[in-house]
Design a protein around this ligand. Structure first.
Ligand code: FES
Ligand SMILES: [Fe+2]
Length: 339
């Protein structure tokens, strides 16, 4: 690992990754790739998302071409039927009451769960927790999902980018960056296991606050930014507007797809839109434009790897969150390898 952490590092099998959105799992089997392996997913009659390797154990045909029959999945090639636990329960070519081969079982990931509208998968027993966004449990917040984005990128570098505070005035000139202060205020990072939190308060020009035009509040106001990171590639940024009120939360959940591809699942939680669907759509469009500014740069990196050797790059006091990201991932990779 001289280059750093690549998308297909085997240690990443021991963590949770989003495979797809819950809404994409239906009765019709569908394939999604994660860590270089293709999985088939379908929703069984009991409502659970079922996930298996997309390969029939008979002749390795893609099971995603098959059909769901109640709780079971029938392969499109020779019609073998598998129950929701992946055990073969019928081989049409053998007729009725046949003895079925004991090895006729689908391979499945160690753990599957649904959270925040996504299906999370851990290929091997996970060391990290499932990411959890507090605002999702608060009824004051309305949720909006960004379209799923896919890009040439490294998941570690992209997590670094979403935690980074110093790039706003440069990368985001076309969206929110123009008026942003260049200096990053001092802040502390609090680590807990494979997660950390970092928070700071700063002044900003609140041009969207109608109270400014009405003369109720000054243009320059206070806001509190809180970053919460969960290894390997999940993070949440909460922006609390301390003067005008309201909180915006954005969550990023990154899937290492193959060596050079990342899928980005992102959702917004807002308590300041008055339930308006239109305002949520506008917020989503704006956020997509912001993420595309990031991807334009991230997709161009020559080496798609996140350095975990702290001496390889140059760090400043403005980079504390992204240094902690490297430390946690270095520990995670070490822990996963020692197992
Ligand atoms: S390959 Fe699936 S039943 Fe033969
Ligand atoms: Fe950015």
């Amino acid at each position: 690992m001289t280059d750093g952490l690549r998308n297909l590092d085997p240690s990443l099998r021991r963590a949770w990754h989003p495979l797809c959105r819950s809404s994409e799992v239906t009765e019709a089997p569908r394939a999604f790739t994660l860590l270089g392996e293709r999985y088939v997913t379908y929703r069984s009659g009991d409502g659970d998302a079922r996930v298996f390797l997309d390969r029939c154990p008979h002749r390795f045909a893609p099971l995603s071409l098959g059909t769901c029959e109640g709780d079971t999945l029938r392969c499109a090639y020779h019609g073998w039927v598998f129950d929701p636990d992946g055990v073969c329960v019928e081989i049409p070519a053998l007729g009725e009451n046949a003895t079925l081969p004991a090895r006729a079982k689908l391979k499945r990931p160690a753990a599957v769960t649904e959270s925040h509208g996504m299906v999370f998968v851990a290929p091997d027993p996970p060391l990290t927790p499932v990411p959890s966004v507090e605002a999702a449990y608060d009824p004051a917040f309305q949720k909006g999902d960004l379209p799923v984005l896919e890009s040439r990128a490294n998941a570690g570098l992209l997590a670094d980018n979403f935690l980074d505070m110093a790039h706003f005035p440069f990368v985001h000139v076309g969206t929110f960056g123009a008026g942003e202060a260049r200096e990053v205020p001092n802040y502390t990072v609090i680590r807990e296991g494979y997660t950390f939190t970092a928070a700071y308060e700063h002044d900003f020009a609140n041009r969207e606050d109608p109270g400014v035009a009405e003369g109720i509040r000054p243009l320059v106001q206070r806001r509190l930014l809180t970053y919460r990171y969960t290894a390997p590639f999940h993070l949440e940024l909460a922006i609390e507007f301390l003067d005008s009120g309201g909180t915006n939360v954005i969550g990023f959940f990154l899937t290492p797809v193959d060596d050079e591809t990342v899928r980005i699942y992102s959702s917004l939680w807002r308590d300041d839109l008055g339930g308006s669907e239109q305002r949520m759509r506008d917020a989503i469009d704006f956020e997509v434009a912001v993420v595309n500014e990031d991807l334009e740069l991230q997709s161009q990196f020559e080496v798609l790897a996140l350095p975990l050797d702290i001496t390889a790059e140059i760090h400043t006091r403005a980079d504390k969150t992204t240094v902690e990201l490297r430390r946690i991932l270095r520990d995670f990779v070490g822990d996963a390898r020692s197992l």
